[in-house]
Unconditional design. Structure first.
Length: 366
């Protein structure tokens, strides 16, 4: 009788993560959000700057399957609007007109675009005829489709979080590893730098550095500038945890053997020591992503981060700074809802990854 095959730590961690239902669900949700953002040109019916002058500050449109006569339709549709001016407030008012039926067409040609910037296409996930319109999240004060702008904004906001967390992981592991492995003056200098950075309140220094970015910079340079600023104050916490792990590992037999065999310092760090707690490090870096997203949203909301024509969730929320706008056009707060859902999803997924990082522990098991 053959011996049972024992699962590897990686397989055990994956099984444990799948058993964490909420964390696994949030991971799938985030994966879907990143895929949607990556294909935003295809998913959205309009470009970010396309205007509908007949629908200024229009409310979200409802999707219908049953018409005014009670007849069911397999193809969903939306009703067009009748626009009027309120004589008391002079505000535009919209109401559905059952006579204006706009069928929703899937995988149909619409506005031309370049997928990922170089593939010319016209096919969209859903659209309507060229003389009709569809605004699932309403429109902004310039008549631009909020659904298209929110999905396009996700590409910027989500990528800033991912790139910022990657930079945090790189600097945290590199400097923390050198500090813990080398010790001496290297350790003292890096630790003093970490203490200085951790003693500075994050938001004021973010605001100061973002305000220092030249206004003449292109949107691409501003994007990378904001990303670097956000990751500048995020790596010290990870570096300290990495340093503690390296201090515990550098006297282990396999590390001493690697040094005696003549392995270089960077090879010892990245080839022998880092793999022993890489899953834990990745988990910590994953929890840094929502902080990056919140940081970009805060800076752009205050007008010192990304600026138009760049579209991000923070830039979109600039329109909701006025109390009157919030009362009259509450759908302009939809980007904030996406920020909340994304941050909560990352935190819940981080809880699942934290449990999966140590598959042999019993804490957190149900």
């Amino acid at each position: 009788m053959s011996d049972p095959i024992e699962a590897t730590p990686r397989q055990l961690g994956w099984r444990r993560f799948r058993r964490h239902r909420l964390g696994f669900f949030c991971a799938m949700l985030l994966l879907a959000m990143y895929i949607t953002a990556y294909l935003s040109d295809f998913v959205t019916p309009y470009a970010t700057d396309t205007r509908n002058v007949s629908a200024i500050n229009a409310p979200p449109m409802s999707i219908h399957f049953i018409d005014k006569n009670g007849q069911f339709h397999f193809r969903p549709f939306v009703y067009g609007w009748d626009r009027s001016i309120n004589p008391d407030t002079w505000a535009r008012e919209y109401r559905e007109n059952p006579e204006l039926v706009f069928p929703i067409r899937f995988f149909s040609p619409g506005e031309p675009y370049k997928l990922w910037g170089f593939i010319p296409l016209e096919t969209h996930l859903f659209t309507v005829q060229h003389d009709q319109y569809i605004h699932l999240f309403g429109t902004d004060p310039l008549g631009r489709d909020m659904f298209s702008r929110v999905i396009h904004g996700a590409r910027i906001s989500l990528s800033i979080g991912l790139i910022g967390a990657t930079l945090t992981l790189f600097f945290g592991v590199l400097l923390g590893g050198l500090s813990g492995y080398l010790g001496g003056w290297t350790d003292r200098i890096i630790q003093r730098i970490i203490e200085v950075l951790q003693s500075i309140p994050h938001l004021p220094i973010w605001m100061a550095l973002s305000a220092a970015l030249p206004v003449s910079w292109s949107p691409l340079l501003t994007y990378f500038g904001v990303t670097i600023i956000l990751s500048l104050l995020a790596w010290p916490g990870l570096a300290r945890q990495v340093r503690g792990r390296f201090l515990a590992l550098r006297e282990e037999e396999f590390v001493v053997a690697a040094r005696l065999l003549g392995a270089r310092k960077l090879r010892v760090i990245f080839r022998h020591m880092l793999p022993n707690f890489l899953s834990h490090t990745i988990t910590i870096a994953t929890l840094a992503v929502p902080a990056m997203i919140l940081g970009e949203t805060a800076l752009s909301f205050l007008g010192i981060g990304l600026r138009p024509p760049v579209v991000s969730w923070g830039v979109l929320l600039q329109q909701a700074q006025n109390y009157q706008v919030i009362v009259m056009s509450p759908w302009l707060l939809i980007p904030g809802l996406f920020v909340v859902v994304t941050v909560m999803a990352f935190n819940l997924m981080g809880d699942g990854l934290r449990d999966a990082a140590d598959p042999y522990s019993t804490q957190g098991q149900k």
